[in-house]
Design a protein around this ligand. Structure first.
Ligand code: DX5
Ligand code: ZN
Length: 218
């Protein structure tokens, strides 16, 4: 099977928002590959986080690609704003988009050379993903209920990762409860991008934490 590069995407949801520039610099120095930005609207998930203005500010302060995860009911309404803000990847949830909407979003992202991700919650049936396999750049499999950082990884999602990998040759990102213990499991099941919030930002040494995720593949 093709070996994919393992990419680490620390989630700034676990960072100190009062000093975001410094926080992002620490993961840049720690050799992170992407900055994962969790956008929450208080409807799709029971929490509110950050919007396009923060993404645009971050874009000016980091050279890392911004991996924007939209946990919002109406991604189409906000799509232009997140494109203009400088997102490198925009991921929307399959639970709130029809197939026609996903295609419309993909078309616009392609026009702006932004990568297109589709995400699936832990309890959403996999069959929702099959129609989009041919045109997504990335599939993001949630391994916790979206809304909050610091939750326990749900091991029941591991077979889902393998099933997606059998049919999908693009990037598979896993998000929620990723640590040096759970990372080898998701990598062994076929994922290649790891989102990690608490594990990286609460570590005494963030560089070591990032390296421990990258190097843990058997
Ligand atoms: C959850 C978010 C995750 C979360 C991950 O809704 O999508 O990105 O911040 O945080 P940890 O790594 O702490 O589980
Ligand atoms: Zn996320």
């Amino acid at each position: 099977m093709k070996q994919r590069k393992i990419l680490i995407a620390p989630s700034i949801l676990a960072a100190d928002f009062s000093r975001l520039e410094n926080e992002v610099k620490t993961i840049e120095r720690g050799r992170a590959d992407l900055v994962h930005v969790d956008v929450m609207d208080g409807h799709f998930v029971p929490n509110i986080s950050i919007g396009p203005a923060v993404v645009a500010s971050l874009k000016k302060r980091t050279s890392l690609p911004l991996d924007v995860h939209l946990m919002i009911d109406d991604p189409w309404f906000f799509l232009d704003a997140f494109i203009a803000a400088g997102s490198a990847v925009i991921t929307v949830h399959v639970e709130v988009c029809s197939l026609a909407m996903l295609k419309k979003i993909r078309k616009k992202l392609r026009e702006h050379k932004v990568r297109f991700g589709v995400s699936l919650n832990p309890h959403t049936p996999l069959k929702k993903l099959w129609p989009i396999m041919d045109f997504a750049d990335m599939i993001l499999i949630m391994s916790v209920q979206p809304g909050f950082g610091g939750q326990e990884f749900i091991p029941g999602v591991l077979p889902k990762i393998s099933s997606v990998r059998k049919k999908f040759s693009g990037d598979i990102e896993v998000d929620g409860g990723i640590t040096s213990t759970t990372a080898p499991l998701v990598l062994a099941h076929g994922a290649n991008i790891l989102v990690a919030g608490s594990y990286v930002f609460r570590a005494a040494d963030r560089k070591k934490a990032i390296a421990s995720l990258r190097l843990c593949k058997k």
